[in-house]
Design a protein around this ligand. Sequence first.
Ligand code: 5AD
Ligand code: SF4
Length: 454
Amino acid sequence: MSKKVLIKTYGCQMNVYDSSRMRDVLAPLGYEETENIDSADFVILNTCHIREKASEKVYSELGRLRDMKQARAADGRDMMIAVAGCVGQAEGAEITRRNKSVDLVFGPQTYHRLPQLLKLRKESGSAVIETEFDVTDKFLDLDSKPQMATSVSAFLTIQEGCDKFCTFCVVPYTRGTEYSRPMAQIVTEAEKLAAKGVREVTLLGQNVNAYRGEGDNGPESLARLVMRLSLVNGIERIRYVTSHPRDMSDDLIEAHAQNQKLMPYLHLPVQSGNDRILKAMNRGHTAKHYLNIIERMRRQRPDMAISGDFIVGFPGETDGEFQDTLNLLREVNYAAAYSFKYSPRPGTPAAEHNDQISDDIKNQRLQRLQALITAQTSAFNASCLGKSFDVLLEKPGRMAGQLIGRSPYLQSVHLEAKGLKIGHIAKVTIKSVGPNSLSGQYISMSPTQGVPAV
Ligand code: 5AD
Ligand code: SF4
């Protein structure tokens, strides 16, 4: 009899990838995915530890699951509960201490061992906690499992971990040191995805442009990997996220001019526009260095859409220093950006500073920053009106006969299906612009078009 698993994913795209691989690992054990909690025999929370709010959500969700588990037990039905991801990694046994109904705790580097963990849970009769780091083993193990593709656009993890130790960030502690998958392993995964109808891959890494995976003749760069992947039949679009300014090499910048499969969108977090704050954050670059990268990138690809991450209210940030961040935003002119209030994370150096900023000031700065970002995103979308570009059709729209796809700049584009199918790449002219999406009219099939996918 088939069992049902519900995987709830929090946080970044790497967690989305990990959740999809957990599904692949559980499929041979007879687990089918469900979105309905009432029919789930096994619930996995794939968690995020990056900010306090994200971590807190896990404990409140676990409270609800405990009640549900107890109600079921009264009916003689069981429910397994697992905490996966970065909260699992960071808090380990603390989770089972706080919530006795949790059966399994494991981190981002151990989910490939789910079958063994489940067996151990059954045999031991007590909670199992597994927070080792062995990234090499994980990918070797995952490679042996058939991978499900649920969309024409897929994530593909190529690099994990971070050695940068920004003073605000938990990632080096939860995901470990930088590790790059060998190039051949990634190419094989991309070929398998392409065979299942995937047309676009987004290469994932906490520091994706620090990629140094083994190739035939030693370590390779991200630019060389992108070049190799662009030869995979069926893969028409390549993206990569998230990059660090310190690892933005010339060959990657040039690849944007040379490789038409590499999409003109760069997510390059800067966090702050002020050099003193950048230094206190241990970013290892100045505002000028960052602006210089953007300028070089735009010289290669004038239509490059830039996105970034910002933190407001880092300890000791003055009004003037915050102004520098607004000025940097104005100089770059972002297509999109993500902004966060600084959240002190246990174990990170910045959390120990005694000049923490009040929540009031953080809120005010966040509002001002977000108003500017919204204005820039609207202006960027408005600039697309009347332009024509390729759209990869990804899913049905809300209205009958409508499809939704993505522009090269990652905007959602709605259009009338008119014989088009998911997986097609269509040339589209933008006819109207809303706050969060564009609407377009089909002109022709893109010349890069291969066989329809789904
Ligand atoms: N507080 C607020 N934002 C944070 N980020 C990382 N750590 C913190 C923190 N402690 C943000 C950064 C990063 C993004 C993924 O999350 O902007 O780029
Ligand atoms: Fe965190 Fe900095 Fe590493 Fe990004 S580069 S994951 S912000 S430590």
